[in-house]
Design a protein around this ligand. Structure first.
Ligand code: FAD
Length: 440
């Protein structure tokens, strides 16, 4: 098993050239910095509106988290629906979940509309319980879905065996309306759509400085009326919002193509995208050519400051998977790769306008492709025509100054890494927020 992002391997078949870096001084009406799911959605929201849209990406479009991800398109990010309900109550949870569910559909809709070749697959979701406490979470998720009027099917320990070839799960909840994609081909396909609709895109162009309405890259600059940062790992000198962001690390691997009988033994009744109820969960799905994409992590490495590149974490995820599916013990995994996901302290994205420079917008810490997409789209629509938008409530949902268990000043003593991991755990399992719109 070698250290290589499989999605990058699949780019070899793509004839679309890399866009050259910015080498001159140009002007724009809206500048988007960052070409991940959020930045691409932002550019898509304002393309073809008769304004000059420029996108700067320091790598290639999709080259960071987006193009390292497993490509599950589901509203579940790190927060399940039952956890959103506990935190925000039914109304706000339904609003937030609805936004992420819509964004999943929007991504699939854009892929179909523009014929983006990115292995789009309609894949139902299967959230699997790993023991008695996992089954409680499955039941909570099933009840949460029912209480908000979403369809789902609950399976107990015996019934789940009809869907998944393992006798170790304590149950599962299944629902439709979710998809799997090759996220890097998606990002590169979006790049082509944006270029075709007049957006100027410069790859290999890192924004290093922001002064007034102008950003500078190594060899060029863009002066823009509005600037939207949809970046990861933002540096402090670009924005003070950088202190709101840390990251979690997860790992992915890809197998050889499975034989038809192996596919059948894994999914006896059709293909699902799956994840389990463990704190550091495992997740898996099949690609269109029947390779198994398997991801996971470890308690020790999830919040580590730097990338962990050794295969040991992935090897132990694979070992655990094979213990659950002994009939697949012969399966060979070819490539693995780590990836960092930017997060906020409470796993809800930050979308904000710089109070001192209202032409500068930020979309940060989006966990999940649909969440990044909805936030990028939201920020760009509001930058373009705030008065014409009717969904200002999202500024409340995604405000940067939310309540956290362990406050910011404690980072001086405990360190950012520990404070983030504790706040993330609290947000997922215990936090209750006042209803949105209530003064804090
Ligand atoms: C291994 C892994 C598996 C995952 N699996 C899933 C999954 O199955 N489903 C799911 O929904 N989510 C998944 N995620 C999470 C998901 O990938 C992210 O939440 C999402 O991609 C975030 O999108 P983004 O646009 O906010 O960030 P990014 O994709 O990180 O995009 C930010 C972009 O900004 C660019 N940039 C940064 N700084 C600058 C600068 N100064 N100048 C110019 N450009 C800059 C970066 O190069 C990058 O391309 C996974 C993540 C990982 C790492």
């Amino acid at each position: 098993m070698i250290l290589q992002n499989y999605w990058f391997t699949t780019l070899m078949g793509l004839k679309d050239p890399i866009q050259p870096p910015l080498t001159t001084d140009i002007e724009a009406d809206i500048l988007i910095v960052g070409g991940g799911a959020a930045g691409l959605a932002a550019a898509y929201a304002v393309m073809g509106k008769g304004i000059r849209v420029v996108l700067l990406e320091r790598n290639i479009c999709g080259g960071s988290s987006t193009g390292k991800s497993a490509g599950f398109l589901t509203p579940d990010s790190e927060l399940e629906l039952s956890q959103l309900i506990r935190r925000f109550g039914n109304t706000d949870a339904k609003n937030l979940w609805g936004l992420a569910a819509k964004a999943s559909q929007d991504i699939a809709g854009i892929i179909k509309k523009h014929g983006i070749q990115c292995d789009l697959q309609e894949q139902e979701s299967l959230y699997l319980g790993n023991n008695a406490s996992g089954y409680k979470e499955i039941i909570a998720e099933s009840e949460a879905r029912t209480s908000l009027g979403y369809t789902q099917t609950l399976y107990d320990k015996d019934a789940i065996k009809s869907l998944i070839g393992s006798s170790t799960y304590s149950g599962g909840v299944r629902y439709a309306g979710t998809y799997g994609i090759n996220p890097l081909l998606y990002a590169q396909g979006m790049k082509r759509v944006l270029l075709d609709h007049g957006v100027s895109i410069y790859e290999g162009s890192e924004v290093k400085e922001l002064k007034g309405n102008t950003v500078k890259t190594h060899l060029g600059s863009v002066k823009a009326a509005k600037i939207i940062f949809c970046v990861d790992k933002i540096k402090k000198d670009l924005s003070h919002f950088a202190r709101n962001i840390y990251h979690a690390q997860t790992f992915l691997s890809i197998s050889e193509i499975l034989e038809p009988e192996d596919v059948q033994s894994l999914f006896p009744n059709g293909n699902f995208q799956c994840w389990d109820s463990d704190l550091v969960y495992s997740y898996f799905r099949l690609t269109g050519d029947n390779r198994l994409l398997l991801g996971g992590g470890s308690m020790l490495t999830t919040f580590s400051r730097n990338d962990v590149t050794s295969p040991s974490v992935m090897n132990s995820v694979i070992k655990k998977f094979k213990a659950k599916f002994p009939q697949l013990h012969h399966l060979e995994f070819m490539q693995y790769w780590p990836g960092r996901i930017d997060t906020t302290r409470d796993l809800i994205p930050t979308v904000a306008i710089d109070p001192k420079a209202p032409h500068v917008h930020f979309v940060l810490g989006c966990v999940g492709l649909p969440w990044a997409t909805l936030c990028g789209d939201f920020a760009a629509r509001h930058a373009f025509d705030d008065a014409g938008c009717t969904d200002h409530m999202c500024y409340e949902y995604f405000r940067p100054d939310r309540d956290f268990l362990i406050p910011l000043w404690m980072e001086r003593f405990l360190g950012k890494q520990l404070v983030f991991s504790l706040n993330n755990g609290w947000a997922k399992y215990y936090q209750k927020d006042p209803p949105m719109g209530v003064e804090r």
